[in-house]
Design a protein around this ligand. Structure first.
Ligand SMILES: [Zn+2]
Length: 409
């Protein structure tokens, strides 16, 4: 059964609930049927037959894998352990883009997951023999409909039109052309998640929320909480990185998670004044994960204007090194920006200047003197006019293929 989306989230969730099953000592799926004290997510990068894999696809996928493992560890402590296993090579489909896109967004979801599941012979063992709950998470190179997700443009009547979630200059994931979907397949005891290109290829702030939402949330049966809030199963992706979001305590409790701290029982608001919460002892590594941010300043720079990243740190952090990189094309090189540390907690770091209006993806790696590390990817657009999106000098393959069809004249 397909459920419509009550919170304007651009994904759909398929759920076939069974009666409540046996109870376990650790956490379980939403219906209580399967043990989730260990979860193994197989992450597959899916490329249609007529497309080229991104040369740095593994960097991107492994970044999300680390983010999700850290988030899950913060939220569940030792009561549920998430392991992300990245399939070592891109999965090249037998189908081309056009065939995959036939029909509605559900069709491309079933076509994509079905092909990967069959080819990998995914989780064919008896559920009672498993030592971890298996999830198949596919990160697709394409979207359901033509979309240049780096420029955030789709063809419409021969014109290129902006498509994406843009809030006061900040870019968040979300595009109707995307087609992300997920399901908990209770009869097989597996989860199936699809993140379309717009949800992960370009690191808008919040893409890590999308990957968790589809990859580890709906796939264990988690629905959208009602009423909506800033949690990762609700509007988290429109507010910030996953490190700034959370899982609802009520949802976790239903899955068998138990708070350790006194006074943290259910019913109490489940996030602290900073919007984050965790019941585990706070290590500096986890504090760094939770507090570290790198936000563009200004949010929408003009050409030839200095672009900075404003940095946030946990109070005990002493920064040893920073590494800053950016790219101005999704298949372009990552360019290093020399950075010097002038204090134990640098407030800003330079991203440089850009001569022309352009999208920019960036990544920051930080290491503390005490050895902890953090990594964050983000995105901005340099604009000549704040209301005018940058235009590509040449059309991406997606737009090239789509534009003639969209313009019969
Ligand atoms: Zn959803």
């Amino acid at each position: 059964m397909m459920s419509s989306d009550p919170t304007r989230l651009l994904c759909a969730f398929l759920l076939a609930l069974c009666s409540l099953g046996p109870t376990y000592g650790g956490t379980t799926t939403w219906d209580g049927k399967y043990d989730t004290s260990k979860i193994k997510v197989t992450v597959v990068y899916f490329v249609p037959a007529d497309r080229q894999p991104l040369s740095d696809w593994k960097d991107r996928v492994q970044y999300y894998a680390r983010r999700l493992e850290q988030f899950h560890a913060r939220e569940f402590g030792d009561q549920s352990k998430l392991t992300m296993v990245v399939h070592p090579e891109p999965f090249v489909s037998k189908e081309n883009t056009e065939t995959l896109r036939e029909g509605d967004a559900n069709k491309i979801y079933f076509r994509t997951l079905g092909e990967v599941d069959r080819t990998l012979a995914f989780a064919k063992d008896d559920p009672s023999d498993r030592d971890a709950f298996p999830i198949l998470l596919v990160l697709s190179e394409i979207n359901w409909r033509p979309l240049d997700d780096f420029y955030r443009l789709h063809p419409d009547g021969g014109k290129l039109v902006f498509e994406g979630n843009l809030n006061q200059g900040q870019h968040f994931p979300g595009a109707a052309s995307g087609g992300a979907r997920a399901a908990y397949l209770a009869n097989r005891g597996v989860g199936w998640g699809l993140v379309s290109g717009d949800g992960w290829r370009v690191p808008y702030r919040g893409t890590d929320c999308v990957v968790y939402h589809e990859g580890c949330g709906h796939t264990v049966g988690l629905p959208h909480p009602e009423p909506g809030n800033g949690s990762v199963m609700s509007m988290g992706q429109y507010r910030g990185w996953i490190s700034e979001s959370w899982l609802d305590k009520e949802q976790k409790s239903r899955m068998g998670w138990q708070p350790k701290k006194e006074g943290a029982e259910k019913g109490e608001p489940n996030q602290d004044s900073d919007g984050n919460h965790d019941e585990q002892p706070k290590s500096l590594a986890m504090e760094l994960f939770t507090r570290f941010r790198a936000i563009p300043q200004p949010m929408v720079p003009k050409p030839n204007q200095d672009v900075l990243l404003k940095l946030d740190w946990p109070k005990d952090a002493k920064v040893k090194t920073l590494r800053v990189r950016y790219q101005t094309a999704i298949d372009g090189p990552w360019i290093e920006v020399p950075s010097e540390i002038d204090s134990a907690q640098p407030e800003v770091v330079s991203l440089g200047r850009f001569e022309e209006a352009t999208p920019v993806s960036y990544r920051v790696d930080a290491e503390l003197q005490s050895g902890e590390t953090a990594e964050l990817w983000g995105y901005l657009q340099v604009r000549s006019d704040v209301n005018q999106n940058p235009l590509p000098s040449s059309l991406s393959q997606d737009l090239l293929e789509a534009t003639p069809a969209a313009d019969p004249s």
